[in-house]
Design a protein around this ligand. Sequence first.
Ligand SMILES: C[S@@+](CC[C@H](N)C(=O)[O-])C[C@H]1O[C@@H](n2cnc3c(N)ncnc32)[C@H](O)[C@@H]1O
Length: 512
Amino acid sequence: MKSANTTKELYRELRALPWEQLWKDEVQRFDRAPARERFERVSVVRAVGVVFPESGPAEQRDEVRAWLRGLLHDPEEKIRRYAMAALPKIGAGAGDEAELLALLRTGAGEREKKFLGRTLDKIGGEATLEALAETGALGAQTEQKVKASVARSRNPSAVRLDAKIADFGGLRIHLRGRTGLEEIVRDEIAAQGKFSVLEVEPGLVAIEARAPFTLSDIFALRCFGSVGFVLGVVKSSGASAPADAFASVIASPLSQRLFGALTSGAIRYRLEFVAKGHQRAAVREIASRAYALCPQILNDAREAPWAVDIHPAADGETVELRPRISPDPRHAYRLDDVPAASHPPLAACMARLAGPQENESVWDPFCGSGLELIERARLGGVKRVFGSDLSAEAIAIAGRNFSAAQLGTATTRFRRCDFRDFGDLEELPPRSLTLIISNPPLGRRVPIRNLRGLFEDIFAVAANLLAPGGRLVFTNPFRMDSPEPSLKLQSRRSVDLGGFECRLEMYLKVAR
Ligand SMILES: C[S@@+](CC[C@H](N)C(=O)[O-])C[C@H]1O[C@@H](n2cnc3c(N)ncnc32)[C@H](O)[C@@H]1O
């Protein structure tokens, strides 16, 4: 290969090679080279760490790992460091950990220790914890990361949905969701009666409990998106709030009590700046300081049962503790999904907007995976459920999800067809439906030739199939008046459909 002047250029060239060539030619050349050339060609080690995981054969993994392990004994520190960085990418294991710890014990220099720490952050286990207790050499960040990963593998922790949350007077709870749905969220809270609403802002309903409660009580509410306990507010001073202030909120007595009461297993959290992207350096800094204050609470980006979210607020930043439960207990019925599935809390809001009614005959003409029908059926009073969709796959999924939701005795019929053809079903004469509820296609992912015409047709079909008193509840991207005189607008609100503003509307069918 052509000569390369800099380590970076050489790396770029090596990184583009097929695995075979990199391993057979370049690694051999590196191994045979005299010390100075090895030093200059250290990029080979980095390239191996990148190209092998992408295209190397799995059966060669042990051989590659052994080669890197060998390099940990190279007399040249730089080569050792490159090998350390590459090892976790190949999938290092206990043997590699032992080699790295041996290196640590035999007196690595300060810079090398830093790199050893970074590698052990990723692959360290019990042996690293023991070594840290002995030597304390690698610092609190490695200790925290390794403790978290040992805790994760020993005993997967979980959020306790049914643990009583008592004696937390004044605890502020933030229910967050799509902008525009706040009033429906508020109505649902009032109907349940266990929480009082403190404040409503775009995309946020702040509540507090009226009596001891559980997380299950909160997840009995279906219209919000995510829930967070407010741990504190950090006032901004200058450009950003200091790491110490965030750390003391995360390690505060309130936080420790909530974590303790609601976690089974080790307490692990992921730290996220909600509106600011990754902020890796700030996350590291805050997490290390919080760990110094309370070493029982471990920062861990992987499979953590909790997130600590930092949200921008008017007077600084709000620090919230959010359970990360997957799947969301409210949607356990979702066996499968369609690409354009509705946001589940939106489907729940639409069902609430429609309201329960006895002997309901409900149709979703664009049922996809069936969320609106399921949410409506959950509210009770439904006698007949119809779903239709152009996609055969969606129809199968809607049927499966509906059964999994176990919603009782309503008769169901899911049919693959264009919504305009649904009215020719024998069991569906004109004026036989009491509710049409739907999230129609918006032409964003799959272009639709005449989208406005499709919405005009929805009105026409609804005017034909709804009984007087029946409701049409749907999301409408057009600012249009009902072209059907028998459909009277009851409510309209702008909602955020994930960065796209749309209107959630309800029409009432009147007798003509
Ligand atoms: C936004 S998705 C509905 C998502 C659904 N609410 C859910 O919970 O999964 C719109 C659906 O409309 C269907 N569709 C598009 N054009 C249609 C038409 N002319 N007739 C019936 N269904 C149609 C698509 O296949 C898609 O599943």
